[in-house]
Ligand binder design. Structure first.
Ligand code: ADP
Length: 259
């Protein structure tokens, strides 16, 4: 029995060392998955050992973002073995477990079980797990907050009022669960027209920074709306892995998440 207790203590210690950071948004389509993938790649570039859990069970996209899709997960017994991307980030995603294009029609309890399997994959040396949450404030968020003790949460929003209202809800949820909000990142902020060179603001300007200040949470920086970011995302080449101009904004946000 003593042996069992020792193993349990060792397991608990191992769990405590692995920091879990949630990436959430109130609204879908604001770039939460894109930011998660690029934060992970940027953090790996800074020398962190990072894993990504694609907890967007109904709309998984990390498999595409980090490895152009098509990759499958292996398992040893009941334990999933995360897939290693070429960018030094290992990840698990429902997309690796189902056939492409198939919908997942599950109720809460099934989702909870799937989440536990993803979280309890063989993360090896990973010291930081970034969790790409589904949009909103539902089952997955609750399970994640209650069962896995995240150390903090990043909230992604566009500068648009409609997205910011939902971002405020996400922040409220994390606060209710006493999970520190690391800050708000503004995505799709400003578009530099490649033909005329003019910068326009399709989703408005500065909204997320103002919202962060009024809600009393740090502002982590802004990522521009850019064709290169979209193309890199669709082809499994996260811009944060490149030397290009679009790596910088992701690295700047990542530096604050690592603190
Ligand atoms: P979410 O996870 O919030 O639903 P995604 O990360 O899937 O959002 O992004 C939604 C879409 O917008 C994707 O097609 C993605 O490639 C694109 N996208 C996200 N951020 C940017 C950006 N900064 N510039 C250009 N396209 C972006």
């Amino acid at each position: 029995l003593e042996g069992v207790a020792e193993v349990r203590v060792a397991l608990m210690a191992e769990r405590r060392e692995r920091r879990i950071v949630l990436v959430g948004s109130g609204k879908g389509g604001v770039g939460k998955s894109t930011l998660t993938a690029n934060l992970a790649v940027a953090l790996a570039g800074m020398g962190h050992k990072v894993g990504v859990v694609d907890a967007d069970i109904y709309g998984p996209s990390q498999s595409m973002l980090l490895d152009a899709g098509g990759n499958k997960l292996r398992a040893e017994g009941q334990t999933l073995i995360p897939h290693q991307s070429e960018f030094g980030v290992s990840f698990v995603s429902m997309a690796q477990l189902i056939e492409g294009g198939r919908a997942i029609a599950w109720r809460g309890p099934m989702v909870g079980k799937a989440l536990a399997q993803l979280m309890e994959a063989d993360w090896g040396e990973a010291e930081l797990l970034l969790v790409d949450l589904p949009p909103g404030t539902g089952d997955v968020q609750l399970t994640m907050m209650q069962q896995f003790k995240p150390v903090g949460a990043v909230v992604v929003s566009t500068p648009q009022d409609l997205a910011l209202i939902d971002a405020a809800r996400a922040i409220d949820l994390f606060r209710q669960a006493q999970i520190p909000v690391i800050g708000v990142a503004e995505n799709m902020a400003g578009y530099l027209c490649p033909s005329c060179g003019e910068v326009s603001q399709p989703f408005g300007q500065g909204g997320a920074e103002a919202a962060a200040h009024s809600l009393g949470v740090p502002f982590l920086g802004r990522i521009p709306l850019a064709m290169d970011i979209r193309v890199g995302s669709d082809t499994g080449q996260p811009p944060a892995a490149s030397e290009g101009a679009y790596a910088e904004p992701f690295k700047a946000v990542a530096a604050q998440v690592a603190r």
